[in-house]
Design a protein around this ligand. Structure first.
Ligand code: NDP
Length: 330
C-alpha cells in the first residue's frame, strides 16, 4: 500500500509567517544534513520524512553537499519524494543551497554565478523536482561581488527553478547589503538561515534587528547544538550518536566535564518545566519573535516527536531565562 498522509496532519501546529512574505513555515522544520546519506538506512529516512509530514512538518531543508557523499541526501529525499510525497508537492516547502565546496576546480565552491547556477541544476536532478521552494546562498563569499551572487539568485526565480531565495550565515551588515541588492532586482530575500542555540547567540548581536528591519524571516539551524542540548551526552557518548561517529562536525573531545555540568544543570531546569532538554532548547530559540522556525536534525522518529512536543510549553519566566543565561555563560 502506498503512503497516504494522515488527515490530522494540520490539526496541532500553528504556522508562522516568514518575515513579511506570504509564506508560513512550521515552528519546527527538519534538516537532512546528517542521517540521510548513502550509507543510512533508507527505510529509517522514509519513516522520519513521512512521520514528520504526518505531524505537520511541511518544510524539509537540504543542501548540495549533504550526505555523505555530497549530493546523497538530495538523492535520498528524491527517492522518497518520488515513491511517497509526490502527490503532496504543493503542501511542501523544500529548500536547497550552494556555497560550500561541492566539486573540484574553481567553479565548485563559494558564490560565483557559474557555481550556484550549475549547482541548483544538479540539485533539481538529484531531488527529482522541477523547482525548489527556497534556494539559499550557503555562506558569504568574501571575493565574489555580492551583486553577482544575488543576481544569480534573482535569475533562478525568474527561470522558475526556485520560488524564493535566502541567505545563510551572512552577518548583519552583509544581510542588509544582500537584501538591498535583491530588493532592487525585484526578488526580496525571504529568509536567513543562521545557527542559534543556548550556547551560541551571535544572532542576538545585530542580525535579528537587521532581519526585522528588512522584513526577512529567520530559520535557525542546530537549535540543539548538534545534540549537545539533549540528555544523550550527560553520562557517556553513545556510539550511534553524532559525537560517537567519525566524520562529523561534533567532536567528542569537546564534551568536557565542564560542558556536561552545564548540560546537567540545563536539564534540571527543563525537568522543572516538565520538558526534555531538547524541548526546552527548541522553545528557547522560538521565544524570539523574529525566529520563524527551528531547524532540527534527527536520527529517529522518536526524536522528532520529542522535539515537536516543545510546542506544548513555549513561554519562559524571567527567572528561568536568567538561570539559563547564568549556566550557559559560565
Ligand atoms: P540539531 O541541533 O537539531 O541537532 C540534531 C541532532 O540532535 C540529531 O541528529 C540527533 O543526534 C540529536 N537529537 C535531535 N532530537 C533529539 C531528541 N529529541 N533527543 C535527543 N537527541 C536529539 O540540528 P543539526 O545540527 O542537525 O542541524 C539541523 C539542520 O540545520 C541540518 O540538517 C541542516 O538542514 C541545517 N544546517 C544548516 C547549516 C548552514 O550552514 N546553513 C549548517 C548546519 C546545519 P544523533 O544523530 O546523535 O541522534
Amino acid at each position: 500500500m502506498g503512503y497516504a498522509a494522515k488527515d490530522t496532519r494540520y490539526n496541532d501546529i500553528s504556522y508562522k509567517r516568514c518575515g513579511k512574505s506570504g509564506v508560513k513555515l512550521p515552528p519546527v522544520s527538519l534538516g537532512l544534513w546528517h542521517n540521510f546519506g548513502a550509507a543510512d538506512d533508507i527505510e529509517n529516512c522514509r519513516r522520519m520524512l513521512l512521520s514528520s509530514f504526518d505531524m505537520g512538518i511541511t518544510h524539509f531543508d537540504l543542501a548540495n553537499n549533504y550526505g555523505p557523499p555530497y549530493g546523497s541526501a538530495e538523492e535520498t529525499f528524491g527517492k522518497i519524494f518520488e515513491s511517497d510525497l509526490k502527490p503532496y508537492r504543493d503542501e511542501l516547502i523544500i529548500s536547497s543551497k550552494a556555497g560550500w565546496d561541492m566539486w573540484p576546480g574553481p567553479y565548485g565552491d563559494w558564490g560565483s554565478r557559474k557555481y550556484v547556477t550549475a549547482s541548483l541544476d544538479q540539485s533539481l536532478k538529484r531531488l527529482g523536482l522541477e523547482y525548489v521552494d527556497i534556494f539559499y546562498h550557503h555562506r558569504p563569499d568574501p571575493e565574489t561581488p555580492m551583486e553577482e551572487t544575488m543576481a544569480a539568485l534573482d535569475q533562478m526565480v525568474r527561470s522558475g527553478k526556485t520560488l524564493y531565495v535566502g541567505i545563510s550565515q551572512y552577518s548583519a551588515e552583509q544581510t542588509k547589503k544582500a537584501s538591498a541588492i535583491l530588493r532592487e532586482l525585484g526578488t526580496p530575500c525571504l529568509i536567513h538561515q543562521p545557527n542559534y542555540n543556548i550556547f551560541d547567540r551571535w544572532i542576538e548581536d545585530g542580525l535579528l534587528e537587521a532581519l526585522d528591519l528588512e522584513g526577512i524571516g529567520c530559520i535557525v539551524f542546530s537549535p540543539l547544538a548538534q545534540g549537545l542540548l539533549t540528555n544523550k551526552y550527560i553520562d557517556s557518548i553513545p556510539s550511534n550518536s553524532r559525537a560517537g561517529k567519525t566524520g562529523t562536525y561534533l567532536d567528542a573531545a569537546k564534551i568536557t566535564e565542564e560542558l556536561r555540568d552545564q548540560i546537567k544543570k540545563l536539564d534540571t531546569i527543563a525537568k522543572e518545566r516538565n520538558q526534555t532538554l531538547a524541548q526546552m532548547a527548541i522553545a528557547w530559540v522560538l521565544r524570539k519573535k523574529t525566529v520563524t522556525s527551528a531547524l532540527i536534525g534527527a536520527s529517529s522518529i522518536n526524536q522528532i516527536e520529542d522535539c515537536l512536543k516543545s510546542l506544548n510549553n513555549l513561554s519562559f519566566s524571567d527567572e528561568e531565562l536568567k538561570k539559563i543565561d547564568e549556566i550557559s555563560f559560565k
